[in-house]
Design a protein around this ligand. Structure first.
Ligand code: PGA
Length: 251
């Protein structure tokens, strides 16, 4: 069976008080029997959040690919491991679009994560233009092949993929369960070609893009959707817990 995961990407939101309140609320419920719940605070709050988290895991929204050196402003994979974080989001569309991260850079970060015992969540997804052109799966396939390109086939098993159509992120327009399942199925087939069928069957593929408590259950019930990467709805503890419940029910 594949791990079912609900990941909350807080992006550049919150405060120390917000982190305290969120962790207090999340710690009251334990989904760990059925769902792996992970929250991704801004890096300045990672240490405090990982100390407070009892029932959920904590991860980072980004890292650099070197472990130390003259890279002002960056945090490294080994630093993340050092404070007990095991997860990192890589290649998010906001990093690609706003911070000009390309596939080659993302591939270096993916391999650096694996080499430091971190589990990367590699984000891929097409823009509205790509979708309307009909060639969207070529874009996604390019992002996946490049993002995993520096890994040995057996290392691919250590990666989580998040399919996040750019047109669905923060827009309130969720992909329909059918649209999402179609892409997830294609991604799983592509992973089978790259790393073998066994690994493709083990790897978790999350859906992201305006997931909320109302849409989560049907999305997570699709055969190739193994949970979600949630942005806006992860900032409200009740809504986020409702999404985690929907995941537990979708098992
Ligand atoms: P959203 O963000 O749920 O607010 O659309 C998802 C993401 O960017 O990971």
């Amino acid at each position: 069976m594949r791990d079912l995961i609900v990941a909350g990407n807080w992006k550049m939101n919150g405060s120390q008080q917000f982190v305290d309140d969120m962790l207090f609320g999340l710690n009251k419920v334990d989904f760990s029997e059925s769902v792996e719940v992970i929250v991704f605070p801004p890096s300045v709050y990672l240490h405090a959040a990982s100390r407070q988290a009892k029932t959920v895991k904590v991860g980072a929204q980004n890292i650099f690919y070197e472990n130390s050196g003259a890279y002002t402003g960056e945090i490294s994979p080994s630093m993340l491991s050092d404070i007990g974080c095991r997860y990192v989001i890589l290649g998010h569309s906001e990093r690609r679009a706003i911070f000009s991260e390309d596939d080659a850079l993302i591939a270096k970060k993916v391999v650096a994560s694996i080499e430091n015992d971190l589990i990367p969540i590699l984000c891929v997804g097409e823009t509205l233009e790509d979708r309307e052109s009909g060639d969207f799966f070529e874009v996604i396939a390019r992002q996946i092949k490049a993002g995993l390109g520096l890994l040995e086939a057996d290392q691919v098993e250590g990666v989580i993929i998040a399919y996040e159509p750019v047109w669905a992120i923060g827009t309130g327009k969720t992909a329909s369960p059918m649209q999402a399942q179609e892409v997830h199925g294609l991604i799983r087939r592509l992973i089978a070609e790259l790393a073998g069928k066994k690994i493709s069957e083990h790897i978790s593929i999350l859906y992201g893009g305006s997931v909320n408590a109302a849409s989560a259950k049907e999305l997570f019930s699709q055969p190739d959707i193994d949970g979600g990467l949630v942005g806006g709805a992860s900032l409200k503890v009740d809504e986020f817990l409702a999404i985690c419940s929907a995941a537990a029910e979708a098992v």
